[in-house]
Design a protein around this ligand. Sequence first.
Ligand code: NAD
Length: 493
Amino acid sequence: MKKQAAHFSTERAAIMLSVQNWIDGRFTASSSKHTIEDFNPSTGQLICTVPDSDDSDVDMALSAAAAAQPEWARLPAIERAKVLRVIAQRVRDNIDTLARVISEEQGKILALARTEVTFTAAYFDYMAEWARRIEGEILESDRAGETIFLFRKPIGVVVGVLPWNFPFFLIARKAAPALVTGNTIVLKPSEETPHNAAKFCEILLEGDLPAGVINVIHGRGASTGSILCSSSRADMISFTGSRETGSAIMTSAASNITKVNLELGGKAPAIVMADADIQLAVKAIRTSRLINSGQVCNCVERVYVHSAIAANFVDALTRAMKATQFGNPLEDDAVEYGPLINETGYKKIDGIVRRAVEAGATITTGGKRGLGEGGYFYEPTVLAGCRQEMEIMHREIFGPVIPIVTFDDLDQAIAYSNDSEYGLSSSIYTRDLNVALKACQELRCGETYVNREHFEALQGFHAGWRKSGIGGADGKHGLYEFLQTHVVYLQRT
Ligand code: NAD
């Protein structure tokens, strides 16, 4: 692997870092004249600039990935796994620096940023464990003397398009399964959070990863992202982000019939039954909504509470949300969540809340911008008296806001929960196993949490129904998304 000492040029100003693309094992200047600025959402301070990469940068990255792929695929999987384990260890060795970089540009609290880094390392290790477990099949033939083999083979060059909410972990979620199965990858980080990806590339300088196996190219979705996803040289696109972008990516991929794997938005319902442990439900729902300032795809987006306990539940949840401290995570260790990612995110949430109030909902706490105009902070917010037909029960909020609707029986709660164009995750709080089982049988979504907060395991399968996605990530099934089959008919003569 070619080495290079540093990727930051300090030409413009001492404090302004200029991040470069990582192509073919080295930091590479872009030919684009356009740059993007990366800001700290707590303070508005500029962190770095990245190129808005153009056709020629994209071509270079895809060429490097294509050139590296055959040799990488020829390595025994266990050799590829060794490289993943080195990356995992290097990530662990740099936990403090990485967590700070993530927190600074994305706004999550340091404890969560550290969890993200640890989970990223664990994910590389976990996918490395699959090296000896990737299996084909031998099928019974209808013909005498014939054996049918089903091989699983890499797809080729994967394009990974990343969101900003867990930007570092998503590098692993795309790259680790792609690499262990013999693919190479071109990653495009979100233009909102490019700095952590640059730090990841610094980590690659120290490992044994052959040049071209991982490439990282920066730019906006409408420019760099669109060029990447329209390219006939991309063999698969693995995307995590919004439903709207997922749809645009499918359109880009359509002309080349490129395989798409889409992890999109959610509108997760939480059902609280009359027999629920209210304290447990409040704690889990609050945790699921406030983590990362509510900017998580599988977190509780709407609550359905049984009318018999609604008053007590709303009161307890309101008190718990009101007691939450939020602020700049790098200035105050005690805060439980930080800013929203940007002004667009703030305006979207504020609009949804205002329209819910106009439609008859009652704010029991929060409902406005917090801590002045400096950062994009939103108060922890509870809205009682919502109705199923309101926009707030259908549109992804992606912020620290919980709208509540009451119900009278389980069938109604399940019907409300299923009344969504999304189908990513859900939860139910009850002491009755039959009730929990009925919900698990009838909820139409990719995952259900019973009596616990929403958060998936790396050995699970995170896959949305309907407009929450196509395919999924994690575990064995997530790994197999990065493989295609080759059936061989071997006739004895
Ligand atoms: P986004 O769709 O705005 O952007 C995601 C990425 O797509 C960015 O890198 C962006 O530059 C790129 N992009 C935008 N337009 C593009 C185009 N036309 N062609 C190619 N690339 C393009 O999403 P976001 O705001 O970064 O993330 C938030 C969304 O992601 C939420 O809806 C959330 O629910 C979803 N999400 C889903 C999961 C999941 O696992 N299902 C996980 C995390 C986030």
